[in-house]
Design a protein. Structure first.
Length: 223
């Protein structure tokens, strides 16, 4: 974990590069939540979003691009009827963020295992007519993404440096594994979607902070 001094130097360096760009939240918040920390691998598609590499070999995503893509995704999502937007997470640290996001925006959460047929089989008891899918991690949410592709609806997904992007229409580069990272991502996306809909004013804030989007820590005995 970076020391306070190292983080301060990192902030100063990135601020100089971003210059006059105003981010959705202070740069420090992006850094402390690990939202830009990737893996030690990168895919051919995702390398365009990589800013650098840490001494320990972890790739770092471009904060400015994360911020920009959240804005683009929010504008896109806001065009759809909430009851026809499905948000999925097979990753446990995504469960709470997805539920909180959907509670605020009116979208449909599907967490845990994605039962085959939810999007493609009208006879299935849990069938949902969807116009848009939001995925937490393409690597583990592949069933939902494949079904979205089968019925021809667009997919927005948080993608890490090594994420597969087949059938993903709008990539949001981000750390899609971290507890705090996922909380901030879904908090920001919820806030921006509500602002785009006009349900919040341009500078309006959500009634709950990012911390309330955080999943509980998974202990080794629970894994």
């Amino acid at each position: 974990m970076a020391t306070e001094e190292e983080r301060a130097k990192d902030v100063a360096k990135i601020q100089e590069e971003l210059k006059e760009v105003e981010l959705l939240v202070p740069l420090e918040l992006y850094l402390v939540t690990g939202i830009r920390i990737g893996t030690r691998m990168k895919s051919k598609f995702m390398k365009r979003f990589i800013y650098g590499i840490r001494p320990d070999g972890l790739y770092l995503l471009d904060v400015q691009e994360i911020d920009r893509r959240i804005r683009i995704a929010a504008r896109f999502i806001a065009r759809y009827e909430p009851s026809r937007v499905v948000v999925v997470s097979a990753r446990q640290y995504g469960f709470t963020p997805v539920q909180k996001f959907c509670a605020l925006t009116g979208c449909i959460p599907v967490i845990g295992r994605f039962p085959p047929g939810i999007l493609t089989n009208p006879r299935f008891s849990n069938y949902v007519e969807a116009d848009l899918l939001i995925a937490t991690d393409p690597r583990v949410d592949f069933q939902a993404i494949n079904e979205a592709a089968a019925i021809g609806i667009p997919v927005v997904a948080f993608c890490d440096t090594d994420s597969p992007v087949e059938n993903v229409d709008l990539v949001i580069p981000a750390n899609n594994r971290g507890r705090k990272s996922l909380a901030l991502l879904y908090w920001l996306l919820a806030r921006q979607v509500l602002r785009e809909r006009g349900e919040l004013p341009p500078g309006g804030e959500l009634p709950i902070p990012p911390e309330e989007f955080e999943a509980k820590v998974i202990l080794s005995s629970e894994v």
